[in-house]
Design a protein around this ligand. Structure first.
Ligand code: NAD
Ligand code: LMR
Length: 338
């Protein structure tokens, strides 16, 4: 079940067990895009956890101000600021984990794929520097379109000879947050006790919640259709409400900080850490696919299957695998041609 570290703190519970257990080891974390709508609140949540020894903030603008501000929070951990391409190497040097929310967000009427032209080159440039400065880190990609930016990042690492499939993850955690929230509302359940697996990708119908597997829930056919649609298009709900001022930032900051903490838990030796994430996968014909994964000392230690699907879920998978293949190819073609 997913509980934010800050929420745990508020309850007087020590923030995730494994972070406490993590002591020193894997603890330099960079946020790339740290001055943005996601980057700032996500960095705040990470700083508040008190569990990151060195939080390294990189952006092409404004990181000195963000870092100075965050560094006054009386929680453990050093914060450093790095601004502009010439400081990116120093930001990434020696990192164990790099979280990447760099790039432009959607406006109403756009699909995530409409961001490709701008964000593909941003992500490619970041991947090239990561390959040089911290090839052994885990990379968590938030920048959209995730279904293409993760393959881009992977291909840059492959070209540089440093790709490790266990260490490259597309962040789909916001889909799980939404699924848990909407299902809890629909079923009148305690949201802390709801855990929905969401598989596939991170765009429209490629987001596939496995509602048939939710323990303790009873859905009507209409519920299943309506909830699935709402989870798939939750991002559009926020884009529309923000009315031109961007897409989800606060819920993404929460989801990103939580997921980063879970990856760190695994890196630092916690066992039984399992979350859905978008990884290189042989579960379907799509080269990358989100499914439940165990997170261990080297990143993803096991890509789990998605269990028995209902006929509705199976039809979603059958319909969306071709789209995932196409979006991955668009990413790999971009790397080939640029
Ligand atoms: P934003 O515009 O508020 O912030 C993006 C930041 O990236 C800016 O500060 C910008 O200066 C920085 N940036 C641009 N180029 C950079 C580079 N080369 N190196 C480092 N930093 C660079 O946008 P946002 O709302 O924070 O969203 C960021 C991205 O995250 C978007 O692509 C958005 O679609 C995506 N997103 C993904 C999810 C998800 O679930 N995976 C959820 C929400 C948003
Ligand atoms: C989301 O799901 O909120 C993000 O991918 C941002 C978007 O463009 O919807």
């Amino acid at each position: 079940r997913m509980v934010a570290p800050v929420a745990l703190k508020a309850l007087g519970v020590s923030a995730t067990r494994s972070f406490t257990a993590s002591a020193r080891a894997k603890n330099k974390v960079a946020v790339v895009g740290a001055a943005g709508g996601i980057g700032q609140p996500m960095s705040l949540l990470m700083k508040l956890s008190g569990k990151i020894e060195h939080l390294s903030l990189f952006d092409i603008v404004n990181t000195p101000g963000v870092a100075a501000d965050l560094s006054h929070c009386n929680t453990k951990g050093k914060v450093s600021a790095h601004k502009g391409p010439e400081e990116m190497g120093a930001a990434l040097d020696g990192c164990d984990l790099v979280v990447i929310p760099a790039g432009v967000p959607r406006k109403p009427g756009m699909t995530r794929d409409d961001l490709f032209n701008t964000n593909a080159s941003i992500v490619k440039g970041i991947a090239e520097q990561c390959a040089k400065s911290c090839p052994n880190a885990c990379f968590l990609i938030i920048s959209n379109p995730v279904n293409s930016t993760v393959p881009i990042f992977g291909d840059v690492l492959k070209t540089a000879g440093v790709f490790d499939p266990r260490k490259l993850m597309g962040v789909t955690m916001l889909d799980i947050c939404r699924a848990n929230t909407f299902v809890a509302e629909n079923q009148g359940m305690d949201v802390d006790k709801v855990s929905v697996d969401v598989i596939g990708g991170h765009a429209g119908t490629t987001i596939m919640p496995l509602l048939s597997q939710v323990k303790g829930a009873k859905f009507s056919e209409e519920d299943i259709k309506a909830l699935t649609h709402r989870i798939q298009f939750g991002g559009d709900e926020v884009v529309k409400a923000k009315d031109g001022a961007g897409s989800a930032t606060l819920s993404m900051a929460h989801a990103g900080a939580y997921f980063a903490e879970r990856v760190l838990d695994g890196l630092n030796g916690a066992t039984g850490v399992k979350e859905c994430t978008f990884v290189e996968s042989s579960l379907t014909d799509a080269p990358y696919f989100a499914s439940p994964c165990t997170l261990g000392k080297e990143g993803v230690s096991e890509v789990h299957g998605f269990g028995t699907l209902s006929p509705f879920e199976q039809s979603l998978v059958d319909e969306n695998v071709p789209a995932l293949i196409k979006m991955a190819k668009k990413g790999t073609d971009f790397v080939k041609n640029n």
